[in-house]
Design a protein around this ligand. Sequence first.
Ligand SMILES: CCCCNCC(=O)NCCc1ccc(S(N)(=O)=O)cc1
Ligand SMILES: [Zn+2]
Length: 265
Amino acid sequence: MAPWGYSKENGPATWHKDCPIANTGVRQSPIDLITTGQTCAKYDSNLKPVIVSYPAFSEATFLNNGHSVQFQPSAGNLSELSGGPLTKKYKFEQFHFHWGNNDSEGSEHRVNGKMYPAELHLVHWNSESPNFSSFQEAVGSNDPHALCVLGFFLKVGAENASLKPITDLLSKVKNAGSSVSFPGKFDLKAVLPETLTDYYTYDGSLTTPPLAECVKWIVFKEPIEVSTAQMEAFRAVDDGHGKPITGNYRPPCPLHTRTVAASFK
Ligand SMILES: CCCCNCC(=O)NCCc1ccc(S(N)(=O)=O)cc1
Ligand SMILES: [Zn+2]
């Protein structure tokens, strides 16, 4: 099959051909996070703040893989995640983005149907499971919480100085398949809000093929601000068919019997 993508010919509505779970799965992501009414997110007072330990990365690759741009530190990185709904420690694997071609679309998760212009995903894998000892093995395991992805909405506002080293690099990976070694150190912690207390969490999947249902999702309520220029920089990244990636987000999937918990009232 032609490699998957986001065009009419190879986009989300066609992914079921190679990944039947796209249509048969009952824990697919993303979802629309509804905050009022029957199927709404339920406040859970037991949910603690998320704890991240992200020492500045010193060695990393920044890659345009044709369907997103991805920041991947070298294997030795010690960045970890715990707390929140998690009972184990997770190791940082990579972060990447999803965006649209205008400010009214682009995020994968939605809040009461509202999309943000982009969404940042910080991908981690459970480093304390006896069943796997690498990210790829975690993706392939049938463990429902093999991965934990932190989702942050991006909204247009002031320039984000902490993300500038990343958005300034986008023009260097304009062509699909291109990558650069990240110059210098990158402080991911500085990108995030200080307190990681207010979030939605639910059991879901990867939002791209293989769409494995192995993700504990944690989506934060507070968006991260980026400037219009920074948003435009994402929209100039090419998809490998001579066209810019202008909408690498999957539409929301049915909730089925799942419930969404909220760490805030
Ligand atoms: C060389 C063959 C490798 C195949 N294996 C690569 C692979 O399985 N990748 C899956 C990676 C992935 C996809 C989607 C998300 S999201 N958008 O849900 O955060 C996170 C991570
Ligand atoms: Zn993603």
